[in-house]
Design a protein around this ligand. Structure first.
Ligand code: SF4
Length: 532
């Protein structure tokens, strides 16, 4: 036990508002684990929602656990934040996983905590290990051998059926408990393969489950904001995007519920962060933005669609001290935007930038993907040309706004129409990223990029099968070189998972999941993409 970690936990707790500190007596202790740092985790609304939901049961004590750099460096096991207990003290470990690459940290957390990594090596003496989150919902296979249970879909409809049975049976025979839990909707127990695919669960009335910052702290990425979830799902159907297969159908919270949450949030923070994949699509978004501003709130939105773009919403964001407006054109050429079904022309993009120039917002962020299927060097030139045109509009209007480009390699994701297509070779991605940087940075446009090598790791997790778990088990160091050594030892087919085109007829590793979107529909969209 590290006194440094205990001191740090207590100091963090002292800067938080909203943490739940409970006596353990007679309660089921659940560790809610976010496999990344506190700084990143505490800006994830999914974690806040689960913390609130689990602690709403009086028979439960739910405490948070994070994975910090110092754990990695010392290979030491993390303690819970609230009572600074080791993971072996908990009856249940519930992992909330947002990103595939965090699978590496999941394996490290279990290994360093002295808990057998593989579910088959655990029994009633060990905590029950559960996971959920969008990447696990899309394709749980690469981590499935480690978990007793995987939650497929949203937590709100799954937890109320799962928790009472789990709490009753946790001290009893483990196999019997798992068999019972595996029959619940949305619960996948890898040791008890289901006869039919596990159906993704979603909540049909979001107003029953308000999701906002449960704990307020300044020690996180978005620490100056009180976050409020506006809705889930998205109707635009971009062909690379996992939102449809993990969060459909589209649902929005009512205006009254959002205003009520904003009133609560303004007790803690002056600025509100409106969160969701398609915030601007809320049917009353303009009215909501105006009312929030009248309440004295500053506003921020994660990313706006380029079309339709509301002048009123932009005005309220700018008036509400939004520092940055972010758009995602995703591709520079119309041909590739058509392929991914982005549905926006170059004129739409430049018009949106023109509208931003008039607001006085000081930073414009543009998201692009590189290595999209059929991309050539000419498509990269189109990104460069488009960004330079956008920057000259801002300069002409003397807006003084900085332009930042975020470039990420295309990674095929399970459950999307592009799931059968390959990621581009690393040499091609590196060459195109250099071209972007060399052309844009001398013109004062900052280019931030995701590492192609780490994106390849992400692709292996996104389309991988259960054999990939062997690499995670063999990993001795959470670094690219550690990954490569483990791959050399375990020999999974990295090229197949990341870089090969798959036939539409072949069985997909994630065929045990029913996302609610028919394979035929995805195939149809794929064919439309490829036929232009
Ligand atoms: S990329 Fe954005 S707009 Fe497109 S489907 Fe996903 S969430 Fe919707």
């Amino acid at each position: 036990m590290s006194w440094d970690e205990i001191k740090k936990a207590r100091s963090r707790l002292s800067r938080e508002e909203g943490a739940v500190i409970r006596d353990w007596g007679g309660r089921v202790p659940i560790a809610l684990i976010y496999p990344n740092s506190y700084y990143i985790a505490m800006s994830c609304l999914g974690l806040h929602a689960l913390y609130r939901l689990l602690n709403s049961y009086s028979g439960v004590v739910c405490e948070r656990v994070f994975w910090e750099r110092e754990h990695q460096a010392r290979r030491s096991s993390p303690l819970s934040l609230e009572s600074q207990r080791p993971l072996t003290d908990f009856a249940v470990l519930a992992f909330s996983i947002s990103y595939e690459v965090d699978y590496i940290n999941v394996a490290e957390i279990l290994k360093t905590s002295g808990i057998p990594l593989y579910a088959g090596d655990r029994d009633g003496r060990h905590p029950l290990v559960i996971a959920g989150g969008p990447c696990v919902t899309a394709n749980p296979l690469p981590v499935s051998p480690f978990f007793d249970l995987l939650c497929i879909g949203e937590g709100e409809p799954i937890v109320p059926t799962l928790l009472p049975i789990l709490a009753d049976g946790i001290g009893g025979e483990r196999g019997e408990l798992l068999r019972t839990l595996s029959s619940l909707p949305g619960v996948y127990a890898p040791q008890y393969q289901p006869a039919t695919p596990v159906v993704r669960q979603w909540s049909n009335d979001l107003d029953n489950f308000p999701v906002a910052s449960t704990i307020v702290t300044g020690d996180t990425e978005l620490g100056d904001l009180y976050l409020i979830e506006v809705g889930r799902g998205c109707n635009w159907g971009c062909r690379f995007c996992m939102v449809s297969s993990t969060f459909s159908p589209v649902r929005f919270r009512s205006t009254d519920s959002l205003i009520a949450q904003a009133e609560e949030g303004l007790k803690y923070r002056r600025r509100l962060g409106l969160v969701g994949p398609a915030v601007a699509d809320h049917p009353q978004i303009e009215e909501i933005a105006v009312r929030l501003r009248q309440m004295g709130a500053g506003l921020s939105v994660s990313s706006l669609r380029i079309k339709p773009l509301s002048r009123i919403l932009l005005r309220e964001l700018a008036g509400g001290e939004a520092q940055t407006i972010a758009f995602a054109p995703e591709a520079g050429s119309m041909r590739l935007r058509r392929l991914i079904k982005k549905g926006i022309s170059e004129d739409d993009i430049l018009e949106a930038i023109d509208m931003v120039a008039e607001t006085g917002v000081k930073q414009l962020k543009l998201y692009f993907m590189i290595g999209l299927p059929s991309e050539t060097d000419d498509d990269i030139e189109e990104i460069i040309r488009l960004v330079i045109s956008g920057k000259s509009i801002l300069d002409r209007k003397q807006s003084g706004a900085r332009v930042i480009i975020k470039a990420a390699p295309f990674v095929p994701k399970a459950g999307t129409p592009l799931q059968w297509l390959p990621m581009a070779p690393l040499a091609v991605l590196n060459h195109r990223l250099s071209r972007l940087k060399n052309s844009l940075q001398p013109r004062g446009i900052k280019v931030n990029s995701e590492s192609p090598a780490w994106s390849e790791v992400q692709a292996v997790f996104a389309r991988g099968g259960a054999d990939v778990a062997g690499v995670l088990a063999a990993l001795e160091e959470a670094s690219l070189s550690g990954w490569r050594r483990a791959v050399a030892r375990c020999q999974p087919d990295v090229d197949f998972y990341a870089h090969q085109r798959w036939h539409a007829g072949q069985r997909l590793p994630w065929a045990i999941i029913d996302s609610g979107i028919a394979k035929g529909r995805l195939e149809l969209e794929l064919n439309r993409a490829l036929s232009g």
